[in-house]
Design a protein around this ligand. Structure first.
Ligand code: TXA
Ligand code: MG
Length: 343
C-alpha cells in the first residue's frame, strides 16, 4: 500500500491524480471523508468492487454506498428522484447523510448486492470531492476497516486494518464527524432511518415537515438494510456497556475495580466527570463532556482502537444520552458491546 499526502485539495493535485489513475485502472484506494475513511473503487467496475469485499472480508450480501461529487452524477445511479429526496439533498448535501433510492439497471449487482435500490451520498470532505472529480465517476466507498472492526477515522487506522490488501491511501488527517453517515430510505409518506448518524432525526423532520412520519428501523425485524444484522465496531477487548454509571460514576468505578481484582486488564471509556472517579491504575479513555456529544462521536472509534493498543481485556463504556447525535453513538455502542449492564 502506498500513502499519498496531497498538498492541495484539488483534482489536479499530483497525489490525487495518482489515486485517480489507480482507481481508473481497477484498483482500490482508501480516502478521507468527513464521516470516516472510505475504501473506494469506481462504481462501474465490478472487478474492482469485488476487491473491496475481499480486502474488507465483507459479507457479499451487504451493499455499498456510492459517493458523488455533484447532482449531475445522480442519473448514473438512481431511477427516481422524488421531491422529498431533492429537498433533503438541498438541506444536507454535501454532508453525512445517505439516501437509499431505486437504482438504474446499469448499476452493477456487485454494488447493491443484487438489491433494486442504491445508497447515495455527496460527502463534504474536499479531498473526497476532488478525488471523485478527478476520476470523473461516482466511487463506491464502504468504511475502510476490516469487516466487524471500528470504522477508521485516520489514515493510520486504515493502514493498520487493510495495509496489505489495498493499493493506496490518501492521507487527509482525522475525520471530523467520526461516525458513519445517517442512512435513510424515502417512502411515499414516511422516511425510514436505517442507520442513525450526525444528521439527526430532528434535523430530518425539520426539513421534511410533519407530513412525513420518521420511523427508526429496529434490529429485531427482518433487516431492510443488510448492514443492520452484522456484528460491528468491535475492538479486541470485550466491551461492556454500562447503562447507568451511578452518581458521579460510582457504580462504574466499583465495577472496574472488581474486574481488575479478577485479573482483567480493565479500561474505562466515559465522560470526563465519570473518569475523575476511576482508579489511577486503570486505562482511562475520554468521551469529553456530557454537553458535547459531537466530540464524543468524533473520538469514539479512535478510543476503541486505543483500547486494543493498551492491550485491554475488558472495556467498560458509559452509556451516553440517547437524544440527538447520542442516538447514533448508542446505536454503535450497543453493537460493539458483548454485554449490556442495566443497573
Ligand atoms: O459515512 C459513510 O457512509 C461511510 C463513508 C465512507 O461514506 N461509508 C459507510 O459504508 O459507512 P458502509 O459500507 O460501512 O455502510 C453502508 C451501510 C450498510 O449498513 C449497508 O447495509 C447500507 O449502508 N446500505 C447500502 N446500500 C443499501 C441499500 N440499497 N438498501 C439499504 N441499505 C443499504
Ligand atoms: Mg462499515
Amino acid at each position: 500500500m502506498i500513502v499519498l499526502k496531497p498538498l492541495r485539495e484539488a483534482p489536479n493535485d499530483p497525489e490525487i491524480q495518482t489515486a485517480a489513475a489507480i482507481l481508473l485502472a481497477g484498483g482500490v484506494v482508501a480516502f478521507p471523508t468527513e464521516t470516516v475513511y472510505g475504501l473506494g473503487a469506481c462504481f462501474d467496475q465490478p472487478e474492482a468492487v469485488r476487491k473491496i469485499y475481499l480486502a474488507k472480508g465483507r459479507p457479499s450480501d451487504n451493499p455499498l454506498i456510492a459517493l458523488i461529487a455533484g447532482l449531475n452524477q445522480l442519473e448514473l445511479l438512481v431511477r427516481e428522484w422524488p421531491p422529498l429526496a431533492a429537498k433533503i439533498a438541498a438541506a444536507f448535501w454535501p454532508g453525512p447523510l445517505t439516501m437509499v433510492l431505486p437504482k438504474v439497471s446499469t448499476v452493477p449487482d456487485e454494488v447493491t448486492a443484487g438489491l433494486d435500490t442504491v445508497a447515495v451520498r455527496m460527502p463534504a470532505h474536499p479531498l473526497a470531492l476532488a478525488l471523485i472529480t478527478a476520476t470523473g465517476t461516482p466511487l463506491v466507498a464502504p468504511s475502510a476497516n476490516r469487516s466487524g472492526r471500528p470504522s477508521p477515522t485516520s489514515a493510520e487506522h486504515v493502514a493498520g486494518d487493510l495495509g496489505d490488501n489495498i493499493d493506496a491511501v490518501l492521507d487527509g488527517g482525522i475525520s471530523d464527524v467520526g461516525l458513519e453517515s445517517t442512512v435513510i430510505g424515502i417512502g411515499e409518506d414516511h422516511i425510514v432511518i436505517f442507520r442513525p448518524g450526525a444528521v439527526t432525526r430532528e434535523m430530518i423532520q425539520s426539513v421534511s415537515g410533519s407530513r412525513f412520519a420518521i420511523e427508526y428501523a429496529e434490529q429485531s425485524v427482518a433487516p431492510p438494510s443488510p448492514g443492520m444484522k452484522y456484528a460491528h465496531y468491535s475492538p479486541e477487548a470485550k466491551v461492556y456497556l454500562v447503562m447507568s454509571a451511578g452518581s458521579a460514576g460510582a457504580k462504574l468505578a466499583e465495577l472496574a475495580d472488581e474486574l481488575a481484582l479478577k485479573g482483567e486488564k480493565v479500561g474505562v471509556l466515559a465522560h470526563d466527570d465519570t473518569l475523575a472517579g476511576i482508579s489511577l491504575g486503570l486505562t482511562r479513555l475520554s468521551l469529553g463532556s456530557r454537553e458535547d456529544l459531537r466530540f464524543a462521536a468524533h473520538m469514539l472509534y479512535a478510543q476503541l482502537r486505543l483500547a486494543d493498543h493498551a492491550g485491554l481485556t475488558v472495556l467498560l463504556v458509559e452509556a451516553v444520552d440517547d437524544s440527538g447525535v447520542g442516538m447514533a453513538l448508542m446505536n454503535r455502542l450497543r453493537k460493539a458491546a458483548c454485554k449490556i449492564i442495566e443497573e
